[in-house]
Design a protein around this ligand. Structure first.
Ligand code: PEP
Ligand code: MG
Length: 405
């Protein structure tokens, strides 16, 4: 019988070793909704409710309903509540595997976020059209030395071969902040590591990291049929983007893009679009920096709500700049997995969405239930609101096919 794990917090490494199929849900007093602990759990299809004050008071052995979509938790539910929840699961039915499209046929590519090779079967099984975000840290974390080029090449090739007709977007190493690496210590103590030498900033002091990773990617791509995109995390300036794109081209990798996770990058996306060949918006970090709210702090979760019109305005700027330059614009943060928000992103002009494989079915159904004009109207209504809750309510009122799921 699967059980619910109740804890103050868990590290991403604790979640990575949970036995498959035995955990029904996580209920944590701390941790934020976009922490890497929650991202990993979702990738494994385990719902999580975090920042839940009083969770540790749930008596051992109690029956608990945990709704990872709404954040609701019910201890000792009635028989009727239990039946309703299990009925709702069944009502979702088997996933359909058509490519992502709005009701009037506008394509929105539905891609998977992959945090390790373990996630690949679920991504293929849930009908992903490719990979929108391969978090390559899994090759580096917990190691005393950098992984060899050959080991990296084999891992990347496995992912490329899983989507022979699709696209695979690989993010180069995003070390630092909550993902420190033993062999890549910061040069000096960083009081605010989320704002420190992380992501693309770390490559200047350790050029071999990027050179080897790009060499491994180029070797993996040789002979593969999937379209390989390579993108840099935490890009802030045009100069960083230029350096990265040049390094990719020099390595023989023709499709090089940037993640938009820093508000400055979103605000000046039109400049970046001159250089970057595609964009992928990381709403987890973009929200953290836009609202100055640490994504690891459960208590600040509501402040980092991606429905806030400030975040939607930034996404709109990036989507508009991408459209003008004819570039792909993906959202690969956790926000893409919210079916209503996915419709809003499509309405803002986002052309691809990447998410935990388990979320693909619901997002595919949400898009298929609404025309692009509907999505645009929902996006406009959300941006006209003054706060996250009002934005969500205004958009949902215009997206009837979502029901009350
Ligand atoms: C993001 O910041 O939204 C993102 C996708 O990257 P990560 O969650 O790995 O920081
Ligand atoms: Mg990020």
């Amino acid at each position: 019988m699967p059980y619910v794990i109740v804890a103050r917090d868990l590290a991403p490494s604790d979640v990575a070793v949970l036995p498959h199929g035995s955990v029904a849900a996580l209920l944590l007093e701390e941790s934020g909704p976009t922490s890497h602990t929650v991202i990993l759990a979702r990738a494994m299809g385990v719902p999580a409710v975090v920042g839940c004050a009083g969770a540790l008071r749930v008596p051992e052995g109690a029956v608990v309903l945990v709704d990872g979509d709404t954040g609701q938790v019910r201890v000792a539910p009635t028989a009727a509540e239990l039946a309703r929840t299990t009925g709702r699961r069944a009502a979702h039915g088997p996933a359909t595997y058509r490519p992502g499209r709005t009701a009037d046929g506008c394509p929105v590519a539905l891609l998977a976020n992959i945090g390790s090779l373990r996630d690949l079967p679920a991504a293929v099984g849930c009908g992903a059209e490719g990979v929108g975000l391969l978090r390559t840290e899994f090759l580096y974390l917990g190691r005393r030395a950098r992984p060899q080029v050959a080991e990296q090449r084999d891992a990347y090739r496995t992912v490329l071969d899983a989507f022979p007709e699709g696209q695979v977007v690989v993010r180069t190493l995003d070390a630092g902040a909550d993902k420190p690496l033993a062999f890549l210590p910061p040069a000096r103590h960083e009081p605010n590591p989320a704002l420190g030498v992380r992501g693309v900033r770390a490559y200047a002091a350790h050029p071999e990291i990027l050179t080897e990773q790009l060499a491994a990617l180029a070797e993996a791509a040789a002979g593969a049929t999937a379209r390989l995109g390579v993108m840099a995390p935490m890009v802030t300036t045009v100069e960083e983007a230029e350096r990265f794109v040049r390094a990719c081209h020099d390595a023989g990798l023709p499709w090089a893009g940037v993640m938009v996770e820093v508000p400055a990058a979103a605000l000046r996306a039109r400049d970046l679009a001159e250089v970057a060949e595609f964009f992928s918006i990381g709403t987890n970090d973009l929200a953290q920096f836009t609202f100055a709210a640490d994504r690891q702090l459960g208590g600040l979760g509501p402040l980092g709500d991606p429905w806030h019109p400030a975040l939607l305005d930034l996404v709109a700027l990036v989507a508009e700049a991408s459209a003008r330059a004819g570039r792909q614009c993906c959202v690969c943060g956790e926000a893409a997995a919210d079916p209503a928000l996915a419709c809003v992103f499509a309405g803002l002009g986002v052309t691809a969405l990447s998410m935990a494989p388990a979320a693909l079915g619901a997002v595919r159904r949400a898009l298929a239930g609404h025309t692009l004009d509907r999505c645009r109207a929902a996006a406009a209504a959300a941006r006209a609101a003054t706060g996250a809750q009002a934005a969500r309510a205004a958009a949902r009122a215009l997206l009837p096919a979502l029901g009350d799921a």
